[in-house]
Design a protein around this ligand. Structure first.
Ligand code: PGA
Length: 255
C-alpha cells in the first residue's frame, strides 16, 4: 500500500497547556520521521493551541455533536472544531459508547456532520471481551461498521481521505493486553471486506488503524499485522518519548 502509516494519539481527558511541550516535541519528531503521518487528538480545549504550536502534525477532536449548532449546552459542533483548527474528529470511541450511551444511531450522524463540516472522521469499532469469548467479535464489529459509518452523498469521492476506521477491542484499551497478531489480521481482513461491501472498490483504500495498549515495545509487531494501516494510541501518546517510539516503529515498518 502506498499510503503512509497513520499514527494518531488520543489524549482522552488528559492535558492542559503544560503539555504543549510534548506536542511540540512530537511535531519535531514527525518532521524527521516523514514516512509516517502523525496526528494528535487532544481535549478540545487544546486544539487551537496545538494547531498553532505544532504545525506539521494533524490535530483532531475526540467527539462532536451531530447538529450544526443550537441549544445543546456543553456540546461542540464539527464546524466549531474545524474553526478551532481541527482536521479530523474521532467518533464512536468505546469510552463514549459506554460513558454516554452512544449507539451506532448516535455515532453515524456525528460522522456525517464531521464530513459535512470538512473534517475527516475516525470511526471506532470493537468488541467486548464477553463478545469475543462468545465468538461474536466479527459479527459485532460488522454491525458497528454498518451502523456507524457515514454513507450517501458526503462520501461520493475521496473516501480514503475522509474516512478512517479504528479497530479497538474494548478489553485491550488501557489494560496492557493485546490480541494476537493473527487475531488482529483476521479482524482487519473482515473489516476490509465489510468496507468494500459498503463503499465498493473505494473501501479498499480506507485506512484501518489498530488501537488498544499499543506501546513502543509492541508497536512493530502490531503494525506488521495484515491490513493494519496505523495505530490509535491512548496512554502511550501522552509523552513525546513513548509516542515517538511508536512513530519510529511505524517508520521502520516500510523499510
Ligand atoms: P490505550 O487506549 O492505548 O491507552 O489502550 C487506546 C484508545 O482508547 O484509543
Amino acid at each position: 500500500m502506498a499510503q503512509r502509516p497513520y499514527i494518531v494519539g488520543n489524549w482522552k481527558m488528559h492535558g492542559t497547556r503544560s503539555m504543549l511541550a510534548e506536542a511540540r516535541a512530537i511535531d519535531r519528531a514527525a518532521e524527521r520521521l516523514i514516512k509516517v503521518e502523525v496526528a494528535l487528538a487532544p481535549p478540545a480545549t487544546l486544539i487551537h493551541a496545538i494547531r498553532k504550536e505544532a504545525g506539521l502534525i494533524g490535530v483532531g477532536a475526540q467527539d462532536c455533536h451531530a447538529a450544526e449548532g443550537g441549544a445543546h449546552t456543553g456540546d461542540i459542533s464539527a464546524a466549531m472544531l474545524k474553526d478551532a483548527g481541527a482536521d479530523f474528529v474521532i467518533v464512536g470511541h468505546s469510552e463514549r459508547r459506554a460513558d454516554h450511551c452512544e449507539s451506532d444511531a448516535i455515532v453515524q450522524p456525528k460522522a456525517r456532520s464531521a464530513l459535512a463540516a470538512g473534517l475527516a472522521v475516525i470511526v471506532c469499532v470493537g468488541e467486548t471481551e464477553q463478545q469475543r469469548n462468545a465468538g461474536e467479535a466479527e459479527r459485532v464489529v460488522a454491525g458497528q461498521l454498518a451502523g456507524s459509518l457515514p454513507q450517501g452523498d458526503l462520501v461520493a469521492d475521496k473516501i480514503a481521505e475522509k474516512i478512517i476506521v479504528a479497530y479497538e477491542p474494548v478489553w485491550a484499551i488501557g489494560t496492557g493486553r493485546v490480541p494476537t497478531v493473527e487475531d488482529i489480521g483476521a479482524m482487519h481482513r473482515a473489516i476490509r471486506a465489510k468496507l468494500v461491501e459498503i463503499y465498493g472498490e473505494a473501501g479498499a483504500a480506507i485506512r484501518i488503524l489498530y488501537g488498544g495498549s499499543v506501546k513502543p515495545e509492541n508497536a512493530a509487531e502490531l503494525l506488521a499485522a495484515d491490513e493494519v494501516g496505523g495505530a490509535l494510541v491512548g496512554g502511550a501518546s501522552l509523552t513525546a518519548e513513548s509516542f515517538v517510539g511508536i512513530i519510529a516503529a511505524a517508520a521502520d515498518r516500510d523499510g
